[in-house]
Design a protein around this ligand. Sequence first.
Ligand code: TMP
Ligand code: ASP
Length: 237
Amino acid sequence: MIKCEQMYEGKAKKVFATDDENYCIVSYKDNATAFNGVKKGTIVGKGVVNNKMTNYLMRKLTAEADVPTHFVEELSDRETLVKRVKIVPLEVIIRNIAAGSFSKRFGVPEGTELKCPTLEYCLKDDHLGDPMINDSQIIAIGAATPEDLDTIADYAYRVNDYLKDFFAGVNIDLVDFKIEFGKTADGQIVLADEISPDTCRFWDKTTHEKLDKDRFRRDLGNVEEAYGEMMRRVLGE
Ligand code: TMP
Ligand code: ASP
């Protein structure tokens, strides 16, 4: 497939058209932002880690948890061929342990194990600061249909069940994560975007060390080392 014009540039990735309208190419950057783009920086090598980790986990999710994804083929360290989808404008967040905005909003100390996983949605809209939104609001404004939202919730819990066990196997607590879904031309909901230290909280089970983007968000240092460590644990590289 031939790489054609750039269609879109986001904060962490660029998306290119191809000569086949059903596919596009995602290119992962080292740029990092936090707090809706207010904090900016570079995490050297992040694009490679996020590309390879996302592809590895998406392959496994399809094969072992029956979750369809947009992944087609890894083209290089930073580039991947994916199915062209229309992104459902929702950030789908699952939490197993209280942290971040959940701790702040509900006054639950970071590190508190939750009695069951929580599922929450934010409307993807940078100008509005990605506000939290509930099921009836999503349906009322047409961000997703009731059927698509049922599918998304089912897949999100399946992703959590699978990834929680997978990361436990490499001595990591999957604290929480954010995923996104897209709709293919033939109307199928698939997991899209990425699954990486940018979009998940990973804590070492023994030391509780943070091995994710919170090191950048909170100026904890050793950011590249944390991404490298997660790459080694997941891919053995
Ligand atoms: P939060 O506690 O800040 O709401 O974050 C929950 C999870 O979502 C955490 O794993 C980080 C991830 N996340 C993103 O991937 N993108 C974002 O813009 C934000 C705010 C969080
Ligand atoms: N997506 C956030 C930003 O817009 C980054 C984050 O906190 O993960 O800057």
